[in-house]
Write a protein that binds this ligand. Sequence first.
Ligand SMILES: Nc1nc2c(ncn2[C@@H]2O[C@H](COP(=O)(O)OP(=O)(O)OP(=O)(O)O)[C@@H](O)[C@H]2O)c(=O)[nH]1
Length: 301
Amino acid sequence: MSGLKELLKKGLGLGDMAFNAGGGAITWFPGHMAAATRAIRHRLKLADLVIEVRDARIPLSSANADLQPHLSAKRRVVALNKKDLANPNIMHKWTHYFETCNQNCVAINAHSKSSVKKLLEVVEFKLKEVICKEPTLLVMVVGVPNVGKSALINSIHQIAKSRFPVQEKMKRAAVGPLPGVTQDIAGFKIAHKPSIYVLDTPGVLVPSISDIETGLKLALAGSVKDSVVGEERIVQYLLAVLNTRGTPLHWKHLNNRRIDGIEYEAEENHEYSLKNLKPKRRNLPNRSDLVYVEVTSSIFL
Ligand SMILES: Nc1nc2c(ncn2[C@@H]2O[C@H](COP(=O)(O)OP(=O)(O)OP(=O)(O)O)[C@@H](O)[C@H]2O)c(=O)[nH]1
């Protein structure tokens, strides 16, 4: 792990990020990500199992394409995390999709112990064949930034602590709302006989996200910094998605805020084309037809 720190020192500066405003590739590949990607690839060779954490709201866009060949060659469980924020009506379709691809997949909420326990049951099942052969096992947790890897590890540790109360003290993994909190690979012992270590890894993206829509989804899910993509563009995309799906907005809420003294722009609404994200005018919807829906959930693919 000290090797990684050396790599970090040699790595590029944290400011190595760019966004092509013309609609091209999104690039957010700070120095620690380049170094971490190399370190993850190296350590994957030693891992007995990988938990690949993805965002349940964007199960395909939150995959790191560059790591896929390495991950699919390992015993892998895909954890679709933040299921509490995802559309429950399509969650089971995603788990079914992964099953049809012969890929173990569990939808979880990293903050819920019962949910993490279900994931651990699958992990244990997949490790069965090695458990009796090896004295020490290594489970790696990987994923793009901010998908909840550290939160998951903390929950795993809580569960392990209740099972093995005598084990040595472990420092909690740092959890944060912004991407890039974890910048080093850290190992935690979660079981003995056999000893099982879980490795938390920094969230890593591909060096360049060529598909603008994937980049926007990652930004909305918090895996790419807003400033890299541009706040206005993110909002335009969100509105485009909501409009395309006919998702009613919470006008009542907006009206209440106006009453609170907050000024909003002219009484007009825009329709956004997903292709160019340029607004086109259309008639105001009939407000009486609109009902409140939770905007933060169920909007992604
Ligand atoms: N609602 C919800 N929030 C979650 C869940 N899991 C994690 N979070 C939140 O998501 C944010 C990111 O979690 P982290 O565990 O720091 O994510 P990470 O993947 O380790 O992030 P990096 O260090 O950037 O790679 C934090 O605010 C967590 O509290 C979940 O299942 N549901």
